[in-house]
Design a protein around this ligand. Structure first.
Ligand SMILES: Nc1ncnc2c1ncn2[C@@H]1O[C@H](COP(=O)(O)OP(=O)(O)OP(=O)(O)O)[C@@H](O)[C@H]1O
Ligand SMILES: [Mg+2]
Length: 342
């Protein structure tokens, strides 16, 4: 090999190593984000959560972004911002929302993500997309499997292991093919190597909290698995995790589903927007009869928290958020021009 080709070869290796080491996210200036979102125009608003508002934007290269802008600066919000950025910068998986970067100038805190054209699962199940019935059974299965893969990656393949602590329909975003990406790592926790759980203040969303976590503050992977189970029931039934049954009380989706499941009334449980007759035949029928023989379905009272427990959850934590109805948002067209384009 000639000296020249050795140099070229070395250069190639250097470039490849550099590419590998280079983070895929960057720091944005506030000016750039102002320009991308048309000065955080109301028309660009995609939604709002506990942290602040989320805006659609377009960068100078034409790529679309979602920008989450902190509402009010506080120490708590600063922690949430840092946790989210630190975790998202570490993880890369097809079913976890990608971080494009962040901006921290003065008291402004902004997180820049990949834009998900089909917004959140919440908007399709209970929000302004729900009447369009875009989620057939195949899409719902893909959403369930993809979300599970994202969670498995956090629990088992990232170092240290991560628990999300806020798995819910508004935190499952859908790309242009309705493939799911789990989002929102502001409440996430690292599980140190060898530890079975961490004891912590309870955070999360009512309706999705595992009873042992809500009562004892013991956070482990199983908290996410419980929330994911609630999400599965929501996907299959189209019902909300907590439903108002009177002016003063709410019923959890598990309380609603278990008696029906134990009586084998699966067609009553299925979302009426789904045509499920075929699912109740053939292979699925065999699986359903296996489920019917499961202990949980035979004794539904064991599996559901009673009312005192739910009351305890609410009182024991000031940080738990209640799932809001999604506010109506305008869908952003892919061909929408950037503000600079006029
Ligand atoms: N990357 C994104 N692409 C498209 N839409 C997004 C994106 N991120 C968020 N959104 C939209 O913005 C809404 C608000 O998101 P946000 O995470 O702030 O609040 P939330 O999930 O509803 O509540 P919480 O604060 O409890 O997580 C989402 O429901 C979703 O519709
Ligand atoms: Mg969210």
């Amino acid at each position: 090999m000639s000296f020249f080709s050795m140099i070229c070869c070395r250069k190639g290796i250097d470039r490849k190593e550099k590419e590998k080491q280079q983070p895929t996210w960057r720091i944005f200036s506030l000016k750039e984000l102002h320009s991308a979102t048309n000065n955080f125009n109301y028309d660009n608003k995609l939604g709002e959560g506990g942290f602040g508002s989320v805006y659609w934007g377009q960068l100078w290269d034409g790529s679309q972004i979602a920008v989450k802008r902190l509402k009010v600066w506080s120490n708590k919000a600063e922690v949430q911002f840092s946790v989210e950025v630190e975790i998202l910068a570490r993880v890369r998986h097809k079913n976890l929302l990608s971080l494009r970067g962040y901006c921290a100038e003065g008291q402004e805190r902004l997180i820049v993500y990949e834009y998900m054209p089909n917004l959140s699962l919440l908007s399709h199940l209970h929000g302004h997309h729900s009447a369009e019935c875009l989620l057939d059974w195949t899409r719902r299965m893909n959403i369930a499997i993809g979300s599970a893969e994202g969670i498995v990656y956090l629990h088992h393949h990232s170092t240290p292991h991560i628990i999300h602590r806020d798995i819910k329909a508004s935190n499952v975003l859908l790309d242009s093919d309705f493939q799911p990406q789990v989002a929102d790592f502001g409440f996430a926790k690292f599980i140190p190597d060898g530890a079975t759980h961490v004891t912590t203040r309870v955070k999360g969303t009512l309706g999705y909290l595992a009873p042992e976590y809500a009562m004892l503050g013991k956070a482990s992977e199983s908290c996410d698995v419980y929330s994911f189970g609630i999400l599965l029931l929501e996907l299959a039934s189209g019902k909300k995790p907590l439903e108002k049954v009177s002016a003063t009380s709410k019923r959890s989706i598990a309380e609603w589903a278990l008696p029906l499941a134990s009586e084998g009334k699966f067609s009553e449980m299925a979302d009426p927007r789904l045509n499920v007759v075929e699912l109740l035949k053939g292979e699925s029928k065999q699986k359903l009869s296996e489920l019917e023989n499961n202990e949980v379905f035979k004794n539904p009272q064991f599996a559901v928290c009673n009312d005192e427990t739910s009351g305890g959850i609410e009182e024991s934590s000031e940080i738990i958020e209640e799932e809001k109805d999604p506010e109506p948002v305008k869908e952003k067209e892919t061909e929408q021009k950037s503000p600079q384009d006029g």
